[in-house]
Design a protein around this ligand. Structure first.
Ligand SMILES: Cc1cc2nc3c(=O)[nH]c(=O)nc-3n(C[C@H](O)[C@H](O)[C@H](O)COP(=O)(O)O)c2cc1C
Length: 190
């Protein structure tokens, strides 16, 4: 019996088709800075949140929490927390509790933020996979955001993932096309 059985159920799928679809999601994503006011279907939101739930975390400690903000008053209050407001009907605030996270024994590095970034990335790509657009907002005042989320005591607030349908005039910024060439990004140690 192979390891696949030991670690969980074997999943069969058409590898080629899955690969193509995933690349399409990666390629179509850009930072959306103009959202339509249209609300989001609950089952779509649930699938996005489920992606966050199944994201990996170091030693499976799961020190991450997501606050899903869609109440109009709360979204209005968020305007005071960050200048990156573009009318998204859903903001997923991703936080992590360092006290719950894996700590690397060699240097004491706490894994909470890395875990939160992975969860946030899963949320973002799952939303894109639903045909929605996203914006990762990191430039916010954490203490003002904390005021809106009293339950976030003890959490570091890492990301505000804005999610919604893009407005018809939404388009990628110039920065979207600016990436280092592969040769600059990667050092191959063969
Ligand atoms: C960690 C992180 C924080 C970011 N914070 C902001 C932000 O506060 N406001 C904003 O407009 N964009 C923000 N962005 C979006 C980046 O500016 C954007 O991803 C980058 O310029 C590349 O463009 P693209 O996403 O369209 O490919 C953030 C992205 C990341 C990954």
């Amino acid at each position: 019996m192979g390891r696949g059985h030991r670690w969980g159920r074997r999943i069969s799928f058409n590898r080629q088709a899955l690969h193509m679809e995933f690349n399409e999601v990666l390629n179509r994503r850009y930072s959306c800075r103009a959202f339509a006011s249209r609300g989001l279907e609950q089952e779509i939101v649930d699938r996005i949140l489920e992606a966050g739930r199944i994201a990996p975390t170091a030693v499976n400690k799961q020190p991450v929490h997501i606050w899903a903000l869609s109440d109009p008053d709360t979204l209005a209050a968020v305007k005071g927390v960050t200048r990156s407001n573009y009318g998204a009907p859903l903001i997923l605030v991703v936080g992590c509790r360092p006290a719950d996270a894996w700590v690397r024994r060699y240097d004491g590095k706490n894994g909470a933020e890395v875990d939160a970034a992975i969860v946030a990335t899963y949320l973002m790509l799952a939303a894109e996979n639903e045909g929605l657009s996203t914006l990762w907002v990191g430039s916010f005042d954490p203490s003002l955001l904390r005021n809106l989320l009293p339950a976030a005591e003890g959490y570091e607030l890492v990301a505000m993932i804005n999610v919604g349908y893009p407005s018809p005039d939404s388009m990628p910024s110039a920065m979207h096309g600016e990436r280092k060439p592969l040769g600059e990004l990667v050092t191959r140690v063969d």
